[in-house]
Write a protein that binds this ligand. Structure first.
Ligand SMILES: [Zn+2]
Length: 72
């Protein structure tokens, strides 16, 4: 799983979210049309899970390519 900054549609602000996929599963999903889901963990509102859009996929692909993500 990879953590990166993204706009959370539920919080309507920039948050640190984590992909549900990790490692090679994530990179193969990024290079295909497979939907990519991310999760934003909150302390008091439960977890926010959504599928990221086209622009956000590009951003995530850049982040992964530059190895700026925090893998967990
Ligand atoms: Zn959120």
């Amino acid at each position: 799983m990879a953590s990166f900054e993204i706009h959370c549609p539920t919080c309507n602000k920039k948050v640190t979210a984590t992909t549900l996929l990790g490692g090679s599963d994530l990179t193969s999903a990024l290079t295909s049309d497979a939907p990519i889901k991310v999760i934003h963990l909150t302390e008091d509102q439960g977890d926010h899970i959504w599928t990221i859009g086209i622009e956000e996929r590009k951003n995530l692909a850049n982040v992964v390519a530059k190895e700026l993500v925090r893998w967990s």
